[in-house]
Unconditional design. Structure first.
Length: 275
C-alpha cells in the first residue's frame, strides 16, 4: 500500500486494522525451543496415540519443566495432533422383537467369536444356530473370515438342509457387505440386522456363544489352527448330539429336531417350554 501511495506507515496500518507493533514483530526461535520441539516430536512418534497432555507429563518425568501451553503450541505447530478415529456408522434399522420361531429353518442366527492360539495368533469362529431347534449348524474356524467365506458356509449348510427364511446378524462388515446381500437376494432370504451395540437383539446366538466360550474355548489350549478346528468340531458334534438343552426340556438339539421332522407327537417348541 505504501509502495503505490504516499500514505504513511501509521495510516496504512490503521486502514488495514493492524497494530504497528505486530507489523514490526519478528519471530525468534531460541535453540532451547528447537531442542524442546525435537524432543516433543520424538515422544509423539514413539507414543503415536498420546496427546500433548501426556507428552507434557513425559517431559516433566524427564526433568524438563515447561508450561503445558508452550508444549501445546509446539505440538500443534509440528502437526503432531492425534487424528480422531472415525466411528463406523451402522445401518439405520428399526428394532425388531426377538420372536421365537415356529419351525426349523425359519430363522438362523450368526455371530463371530474370537479366540487365540498358543502362539498368540488370533482365530475367528463363525457360529451359526437354528433359533428353533437350537442346532449349531456349523462353526468354521480361520485366522480371518470375509463375506465371501460366510456365503460359502451358508451355501454348504443349505445344500443338505435348505435355505432359511431369514438370517439374523449384527452389523459387522462381513454381514453388511455385497456378498451376503447378493446371496440373500438370489435365494429369497431376509436379512435381519440388529441395531448397533444391541447384542440382546440377537439373543439366541449370544446365548450359544456363552456356552461355546465357557465349555469349549476356555477349556482348551489350541496348539495350532488344525488343532482348534478339530476340538471345536468335536465340541459342536457333542453339543448337537449329547448335550441336554434346558430350553428343549433337556432334549438334545438333534433329538428335538428329529421329533419335529417326524411329527411323532405333534410337539412344538412352544408346547415343550410350557410344560
Amino acid at each position: 500500500m505504501q509502495q503505490r501511495t504516499s500514505i504513511s506507515q501509521r495510516r496504512a496500518c490503521f486502514l488495514v486494522g493492524l497494530s504497528r507493533a505486530s507489523f514490526h514483530y519478528r519471530s525468534t526461535v531460541s535453540q532451547s525451543d528447537v531442542t524442546l520441539c525435537e524432543r516433543i516430536s520424538a515422544l509423539a512418534y514413539e507414543r503415536r496415540r498420546f496427546g500433548y497432555r501426556r507428552v507434557h507429563q513425559l517431559l516433566r518425568r524427564e526433568g524438563i519443566h515447561v508450561n503445558h501451553k508452550k508444549v501445546y503450541r509446539l505440538y500443534r505447530d509440528a502437526g503432531l495432533a492425534v487424528p480422531k478415529r472415525k466411528r463406523r456408522k451402522g445401518v439405520a434399522v428399526e428394532r425388531q422383537p426377538l420372536v421365537l420361531p415356529e419351525a426349523a429353518n425359519q430363522t438362523w442366527s450368526m455371530d463371530f467369536v474370537m479366540d487365540a492360539l498358543a502362539s498368540g495368533r488370533r482365530i475367528k469362529c463363525l457360529t451359526i444356530v437354528d433359533d428353533f431347534t437350537k442346532e449349531c449348524l456349523d462353526i468354521p474356524v480361520a485366522s480371518g473370515i470375509c463375506g465371501d467365506q460366510v456365503v460359502r458356509t451358508l451355501e454348504a449348510i443349505a445344500a443338505f438342509r435348505g435355505y432359511p427364511q431369514a438370517v439374523r446378524t449384527d452389523q459387522g462388515p462381513e454381514f453388511t457387505g455385497k456378498a451376503l446381500d447378493r446371496w440373500a437376494y438370489d435365494n429369497d432370504v431376509e436379512l435381519k440386522l440388529i441395531q448397533p451395540g444391541k447384542p440382546t437383539q440377537n439373543g439366541y446366538v449370544e446365548s450359544f456363544n456363552g456356552k461355546f466360550r465357557d465349555e469349549c474355548l476356555n477349556e482348551h489350549w489350541f496348539r495350532d489352527l488344525a488343532h482348534a478346528r478339530q476340538i471345536i468340531s468335536q465340541w459342536r458334534r457333542d453339543y448337537n448330539e449329547q448335550r441336554p438343552h434346558s430350553a428343549l426340556n433337556y432334549q438334545t438339539p438333534l433329538e428335538f429336531a428329529a421329533d419335529y421332522r417326524c411329527g411323532t407327537d405333534g410337539t412344538t417348541l412352544t408346547d415343550i417350554t410350557k410344560r
